[in-house]
Design a protein around this ligand. Structure first.
Ligand SMILES: NC(=O)c1ccc[n+]([C@@H]2O[C@H](COP(=O)([O-])OP(=O)(O)OC[C@H]3O[C@@H](n4cnc5c(N)ncnc54)[C@H](OP(=O)(O)O)[C@@H]3O)[C@@H](O)[C@H]2O)c1
Length: 233
């Protein structure tokens, strides 16, 4: 799909990758950007329509979908990461991350589906390289991204005949608050945002938006067991 003149909806639009995606959409000529965040943002560009949305709130999702009946591109970006030992964090931490990272993107897709079908639009789910194999220090996050990847694949297959494309994004470390504690080279949110929009325009089902992501993807497709062992260590 073309980004120019599209009407987009971005969750977690207040900071990090989400804020960068909003700017990239505006720069690429999007006609309107619904910028959803837990606390509605202020933005100087009149093409930005701020929405208050906690993605775990079903009533708020319904209200946002009613307000955005003309949307053509849903970007499920909002995400939560709780690091730490699995046993100390407990199942509740896993449940919280599943709610934000796996179930909320599905709920948003379903709520916006009538509009996306009308516009023959696209859904973009921002996952992670840990969707492929778990990192034990990020157990709940890895599980939630793996679940989100699986749901993304099911949505893609289900919506193929409706003309709605579904894209999975697998970033490596990106220089945002979420990755503050990760001691690896990080890609800028702006570079990742640009690669996401380029991937959508090119019709790529799977988008690898940074060098780390492309390197891990190559390893994963060649030897998944080696990547799983590397992540586990
Ligand atoms: N940074 C990385 O290295 C990296 C790598 C791979 C994938 N990702 C993914 O990229 C996406 C964006 O992450 P980021 O790096 O930009 O992280 P970030 O700077 O920590 O931003 C996370 C965003 O998600 C929002 N959010 C969290 N829970 C929410 C909820 N219940 N309702 C609505 N919004 C909620 C946050 O809103 P508040 O400001 O209200 O908390 C914030 O806007 C996430 O899906 C993340 O998993 C990031």
């Amino acid at each position: 799909m073309k980004i120019h003149n599209c009407i987009a909806f971005v969750t977690g639009a207040n900071r990090g990758i989400g804020a960068a995606v909003v700017e990239a959409l505006l720069a690429a000529g999007a006609a309107k950007v619904y910028a959803a965040a837990r606390s509605a943002i202020r933005h100087p560009n009149p093409r930005v329509v701020p929405l208050a949305l906690d993605v775990t709130d079903g009533a708020a999702i319904a209200a946002a979908a009613a307000a955005a009946g003309d949307v053509g591109l849903l970007i499920n970006n909002a995400g939560a990461l709780e690091g730490g030992d699995l046993f100390a964090a407990g199942a509740e931490a896993v449940e919280r991350q599943l709610a934000v990272n796996a179930l909320a993107p599905l709920r948003l897709a379903l709520a916006l589906l009538p509009a996306l079908r009308r516009s023959q639009g696209a859904i973009v789910n921002i996952l992670s390289v840990v969707a492929w194999a778990p990192m034990p220090g990020l157990a709940g996050y890895s599980a939630s991204k793996a679940a989100a990847a699986s749901l993304t694949g099911s949505l893609r297959a289900t919506l193929a005949s409706d003309g709605v494309s579904v894209h999975a994004v697998f970033p490596g470390p990106v220089d945002t608050a979420m990755a503050a504690g990760i001691d690896l080279p990080k890609t800028s949110p702006a570079e990742v945002a640009g690669a996401i929009l380029a991937g959508v325009e090119a019709g790529e089902a799977e988008i690898f938006p940074d060098a780390f992501s492309r390197q891990i993807a190559a390893g994963w497709f060649a030897d998944p067991r080696a990547v799983a062992e590397q992540f586990a260590a």
